[in-house]
Design a protein around this ligand. Sequence first.
Ligand code: GTP
Length: 716
Amino acid sequence: MSKMRVYEYAKQNNTSSKDVVTFLKGINVEVSNHMSTISSDVIAKLDNHFKSDNKSQASMKSDKSAEQRSDKTEHKGKKENKGKSNHNSPQQNKKNHQNNNKPNKQQKFQGKKGKKGKGNKPVGNSQPVKKETPKHITYHNKLTVSELAEKLNKEASEIIKKLMFLGVMATKNQDLDDDTIELICAEFDVEVEKEIILEDTDFDKYIEEDKQEDLIERPAVVTIMGHVDHGKTTLLDSIRHTKVTAGEAGGITQHIGAYQVENDGKKITFLDTPGHAAFTSMRSRGAQVTDVAILVVAADDGVMPQTVEAINHAKAAEVPIIVAVNKMDKEGANPDRVMQELTEYELIPEDWGGDTIFVNLSAIKGEGIDELLEMIVLVSEVEELKANPHTTAFGTVIDAQLDKGRGSVATLLVQNGTLHVSDSIVVGNTHGRVRAMVNDLGKRVNNAGPSTPVEITGLNDVPQAGDQFLVFKDEKKARQIGEARQQKQIQENRGEQTKVSLDDLFEQIKQGDMKEINIIIKADVQGSAEALASSLRKIEVEGVNIKIIHTGVGAITESDIILAAASNAIVIGFNVRPDANAKKAAESEKVDVRLHRVIYKAIEEVEAAMKGLLDPEFEEKVIGQAEVRETFKVSKIGTIAGSYVTDGKITRDAGVRLIRNGVVLFEGEIAALKRFKDDVKEVAQNYECGVTIKNFNDIKEGDIIEAFVMEEIERT
Ligand SMILES: Nc1nc2c(ncn2[C@@H]2O[C@H](COP(=O)(O)OP(=O)(O)OP(=O)(O)O)[C@@H](O)[C@H]2O)c(=O)[nH]1
C-alpha cells in the first residue's frame, strides 16, 4: 500500500484522526495533523494497533513477514495482558492503551506488579535463551526495540512482551525512550548507562576537571528577588552606597549589571538585575550563576504572588534563601506576620525551629544592611563555594549590548579560572579577543578571578544574557569554535522558523498561536482583488481575524513574497502567477502561495483551513514553461503556438495555462504537442515545439505556456 493521509486512515478504520495522531506521536512518528501523509510502514504500525482493536481482518499490510511476526506477538501479548486483568482496572487498561508509548509512573508500577503477579513463570520461558544476558549495557542517543534486544541478547519478541506488561504496545522498529530502556533493563537485571557524546561545539568537551587542591574559596554570587515594590532596587542601591561609595573615591561610574562589595574582608558579588531575570532567562539557557537568593518581603505587605514565584525559582535552582524583611521603619510593619506566612513555603526561622535566616531591615534608611551582609557571608561559608583561579576562564554573560563607539560590550561573570586581557574567547555564539576589561567601579583591569563581574569589549557580535563563555589558549581554535557555534545556531533557528501555511493553520489556531491571519492578495484586476478581500474578511471563525495586509494588481512579485515573509502572511494569487524570482523567493522563504481562478474556491480554501477541514489531497506542480515565439493559424486546427521550452518540460498530458504579462488568460488542456510533424509525449528544456490548446486560440507571440500536473503532496 502506498501513502495515505491520517484522516483517510481514521475514516477507513472507524476511528478519529485525533486518536490516530495521538497514537503516532506516542510512538514517535512525526505527524502534525489529520492532513499528514503516512507511509506504508507507519500504516502497518497503525494496523497493529487499531486493527487488533477492531478485530478487523481487513488486510492492509505492506511489509509482510517482519511486521506480521510482531503482529502475532502483540496479539499474544494482549491475551496475556487480559489474563492479568485482576491487576489492572479497566480504566487503567484503557489508559495504558491510549498512552501506549511512554509508561507513566503508575504504569511502570503496574508493570512491576504485573511481573510479580506472574510468580515464578518468567516471560519467554518457552524459548531457550541462546546467549548469556550481559550485566551492563551502554547506548547513546536512541535505541529501538530490536536494537535493545540485540544488546541484551534477547529476541525482539521477548522485549515486546515485557513492554506489554508495562502497558506499552511496541513494534520492533520503534524507538524507546530512556525511562523505558531503563525499566526493561531492570527487568533483566541489567545495568544500563547512556553515553553522552559531546559535539565539538560543546564547551564541556574543552573544560578540564579541577584538582581538589587547586580549589580556593570564592565570593558568593547573590540575587535579590521579591514582589514588586517590596524594595529590591532600594536594597541594591543601599548596599552599593553604604559599601561601595564609602570606600571608593569617585563612587560608581559604571553600571554593568553586577557589582562587588566587601564585608569584613570578604567579597560578595551582587547581580544587579532585580527580579527573576537572573533565574528565568539564565536558567532557561542552562546557566546557573546564583549561589544565594535574598528574598525581599515588605514587612507591611507580607507574602505576595511574586514572593511565592521567587521562592519557587530559588527552590528549583536549589539555591539557599535568606529572607530580608524590609520596610521595618513603616508603621504597619509586622515581621511576625511575614514569618508566619512564609512557614507555608517551608521557610521557617531559626527561632521557630527551622533553618532559614531572617533579617529585618529598612533599605531606605540603610538599617540592617550589615547584618544582611554578614548572613550572606555565613551562608556562603556553609555552602563552601570554591573555584580554581589558575585555569582558563569560564563563566556566564550577565548583560550585553551594542555600543556605538565600542562595539559589542558584554558583562561577564567569571565562574572559574581567571580572565585576562587579550585572552581568546568564545562567548555564546560569538568570539574574539578580550580587548579591554573594566570592573564594576569603571576601572580598567587586566585580570578577573572567580565570581568577579567585568565588562569586556572585543567580541565580533553581541552575545545574549545567560550565554556561557570559555577561554581558549589558541586564537584559531576560539574562532573555529565560535564560528561553528554560530553556524549551528543559524541552522537551529532555521529549523524553528515555521512560516504560516494553510495546511497547518488550524493546528496553530488550536494551539492559540494564531489570532490573526495575514493575507496578501494579488489579482488580475483591482475589482477582483477587492471582492476577494472583502469576502475573506467576512469569514468568521471564532477568535481568529483575517487581516488583509496588501492587495495589488498583476503578477506576484519577489517584493510580495518578501512582505509576506516579513509579516508571516499567506499570498493568494487570483488569476495571476508568481514570476520566476517570486517563485524562488517563496521557496526559500517558505511562504505559502495559493493560486486560484474562482473567487469562491479561494474563500472556501481559507475557511476550510481555518476550521481544520482543508483537504488538498493533490497539489499542483508546475513542470515547465514554454515561450511562444511564433503563431500559425491553421483552419480546422486553430492556432498553433510555435514555442521554445525555457524551463522544465512540457508533457502531452499536462494541464496548461496561457499567461500574458503575468496574468492567466486561460487554463485548460493540450490538444496536440508536436516536434516538427511528429506527435510527442514530452518536450524538454531548450527544445522547440508546436502546441495547440483545446478550445483556445487567442495565443500571441510572447505569451507563456505553463505546464502543470497534479501531484499528491507529501507533507508531514
Ligand atoms: N518606608 C520604606 N520604603 C521603602 C523601603 N524600601 C523601599 N521603599 C520604597 O518602596 C518603593 C518601592 O521600592 P523599590 O526599591 O523600587 O521596589 P522594587 O521591589 O525594586 O520594585 P520593582 O522594581 O518595581 O519590582 C519605593 O517608593 C521605595 O522608596 C524601606 O525600607 N522603607
